[in-house]
Write a protein that binds this ligand. Structure first.
Ligand code: GDP
Ligand code: IMO
Ligand code: MG
Length: 424
C-alpha cells in the first residue's frame, strides 16, 4: 500500500486537524511527521472543539493507530496536558497512540532559549510560538539532542543535566534571567516523564513498513504549512522543520516511492501568525472582517492572525513543491456575503511582474489581483457539491485552473459533518 500525505499549503492553520479527523475512518494509521507543540490542530464534533498539539488528529477514532514519528519534537509536559484532556473525555490514548524512539525531546531550557533568542532579535524576531521548537531542532542537527529512546537508558538524568547546564551557560551569556522559573519548569517536566513512559515506544519506521506490507493504509499528518518550511518558506521567518511532503518520508522513515495521494489543505483566504512576508495581507476593514468572521486567533498562542486574500502565486508554489493531487478547501463559508473576492495571480517584485516567489525575503512584493464575484448564500449547511452556489463553484474552478490540482474536498464549517466530498 501507499502512504497518503496531508499538508498545509499556506502559513499553517488551514484546517488540517479537521480534515485529518474527517479522513481518519478511511485509514488504519495516522502519523505525525514533524513539528511539535507549536502546532494547534482543532477539530469539532458533538458541539465540542478539541485542540491537539503533539498528538495526531486521528486520536478520537479509538480503533485507529496514531503514531508520533521521529521527525516530531516532544515536550513531555505539553504532552501530559494533552493526554489529561483526552482522558477527561473518557478516552484511553495509551491503547492507540505510539511514539517513535527516535523522536527528539524538547527540554525546559529549550523553551527559555527560544524566549531569549526571540527577545534578542528585537524588531527582527520571528514571532515563534515560544515552545522551544527552534532550539530543540538546533540541538538535533548539532547532534546534541536527547531522544525518546534515551529515556530507557540509565544515564538519562546525567545527560539531561549536562544538556541543561550547557543551555544555562548560553542563557547566562545572553544575560537572560530565569530565576525561579526554570526550577519550576524542570520539576513539572521531570514529573511529566512518568506520563510519557506509560506509552509504548516503537521503532516506527519498522512498524509503518510492516503495516504497509500487510495492506494497511497510512495517512501522514503535517503540521504548520509549506510557506513556513525551513527550506521553502521566507527564511528566516519559518519554522525549524520540513513541513513539505518530502518531510513525511524523513520524518517517518518511509521511502518516497510509496507516495499515494497528497492532500493540500487550503484556506479560502490567507492567514499568518508571527512575523515575515505576507504579500496579500490586508490592513483595512476587510482584514478585520476576515479575522472576526473566521475567528482567526491562534489555537496554540491565542494571538490574532494576520489576514489577507488568497495568494495563488504562493499556492501554485506549494502545489508544485508537494506534488498535491487533491486540494481540501476550507473556510470559504467565511467569505459568504462579500460582493467581490480578490485573488492574487501574480507579483510585482521590485517593479517586475512575475509568477514566482522571490528567495530574498527583503524583496518588495506587490500583489496583482484578479477580482471574482462573491457568493451571498450561507454555504455552511451545504452537504453536497451540487448545493453550492454557482459563483462559489466558479471560484473553485478558478483555483483548479490556476493550480492544476483538483478541489476534491470542501469544508464549510468547523464541524466534522460539515464536509463535502466531491463525487464528479
Ligand atoms: P490547523 O492548524 O491547520 O489544524 O488549523 P487550526 O485548527 O489552527 O485553525 C483552523 C480553524 O478553522 C479552527 O478553529 C477550525 O475549527 C476552523 N475550521 C476548519 N475548517 C473550517 C471551515 O470550513 N469553516 C470554518 N468557518 N471554520 C473552519
Ligand atoms: P499549525 O500546525 C501557524 C509559526 C509561528 C512563527 C513561526 C516559527 O497549527 O498549522 P516556531 O514556534 O515554529 O519556531 O515558530 O512559525 N507557526 C505556526 N503558524 N500554525 C502553526 O501550526 C504554526 N507553528 C508555527 O507563529 O511565525
Ligand atoms: Mg493551527
Amino acid at each position: 500500500m501507499n502512504i497518503d500525505i496531508l499538508l498545509g499549503m499556506q502559513w499553517g492553520d488551514e484546517g488540517k486537524g479537521k480534515v485529518v479527523d474527517v479522513l481518519t475512518p478511511a485509514y488504519d494509521v495516522v502519523a505525525r511527521f514533524q513539528g511539535g507543540p507549536n502546532a494547534g490542530h482543532s477539530l469539532e464534533f458533538n458541539g465540542k472543539r478539541h485542540v491537539l498539539h503533539i498528538i495526531p488528529s486521528g486520536i478520537f477514532h479509538e480503533d485507529k493507530a496514531n503514531i508520533i514519528g521521529n521527525g516530531v519534537v516532544i515536550d513531555p509536559a505539553v504532552f501530559e496536558d494533552e493526554i489529561l484532556e483526552l482522558e477527561k473525555m473518557g478516552l484511553a490514548p495509551a491503547n492507540n497512540l505510539f511514539i517513535s524512539r527516535r523522536a527528539h525531546l524538547i527540554l525546559p531550557t529549550h523553551k527559555l532559549l527560544d524566549a531569549a533568542q526571540e527577545s534578542r532579535k528585537g524588531e527582527g524576531k520571528i514571532g515563534s510560538t515560544l515552545k522551544g521548537i527552534g532550539p530543540a531542532y538546533t540541538d538535533k542537527t548539532a547532534r546534541a539532542g536527547l531522544r525518546v529512546c534515551d529515556l530507557e537508558t540509565p544515564d538519562f538524568e546525567e545527560r539531561l543535566n549536562e544538556r541543561m547546564e550547557e543551555h544555562k551557560a548560553v542563557l547566562d551569556s545572553y544575560g537572560f534571567e530565569y530565576g525561579d522559573v526554570l526550577p519550576n519548569m524542570v520539576e513539572k517536566w521531570l514529573k511529566s516523564l512518568g506520563n510519557l513512559r506509560k506509552f509504548k515506544f516503537i521503532d516506527a519506521e519498522y512498524e509503518l513498513s510492516n503495516y504497509l506490507k500487510e495492506g494497511k493504509t497510512v495517512l501522514a499528518e503535517g503540521a504548520q504549512g509549506t510557506l513556513l518550511d525551513l527550506e521553502f518558506g521566507a527564511y528566516p521567518f519559518v519554522t525549524s522543520s520540513n513541513t513539505v511532503a518530502a518531510g513525511a518520508f524523513s520524518g517517518l522513515g518511509l521511502a518516497p516511492c510509496l507516495t499515494g495521494r497528497v492532500f493540500g489543505i487550503v484556506k479560502a483566504y490567507c492567514t499568518r501568525v508571527g512575523s515575515g512576508p505576507f504579500p496579500t495581507e490586508l490592513f483595512d476593514e476587510t482584514g478585520d472582517y476576515l479575522r472576526k468572521t473566521g475567528n482567526e486567533y491562534g489555537a496554540t498562542t491565542g494571538r490574532p492572525r494576520r489576514c489577507g486574500w488568497l495568494d495563488l502565486v504562493a499556492l501554485k508554489y506549494a502545489v508544485m513543491i508537494n506534488g498535491v493531487t487533491d486540494i481540501a478547501l476550507t473556510k470559504a463559508d467565511v467569505l459568504s456575503g462579500m460582493p467581490e473576492i480578490k485573488v492574487c495571480t501574480a507579483y510585482k517584485v521590485n517593479g517586475t511582474m512575475t509568477d514566482r516567489i522571490p528567495a530574498d525575503n527583503k524583496a518588495v512584493v506587490e500583489p496583482v489581483y484578479t477580482s471574482l464575484r462573491g457568493w451571498q448564500e450561507d454555504i455552511s449547511k451545504c452537504r453536497e457539491y451540487d448545493e453550492l452556489p454557482q459563483t462559489f463553484k466558479d471560484y473553485i474552478r478558478f483555483v483548479e485552473t490556476e493550480t492544476g490540482a483538483r478541489v476534491s474536498i470542501v469544508s464549510v464549517s468547523p464541524d466534522r459533518n460539515a464536509t463535502i466530498f466531491r463525487k464528479d
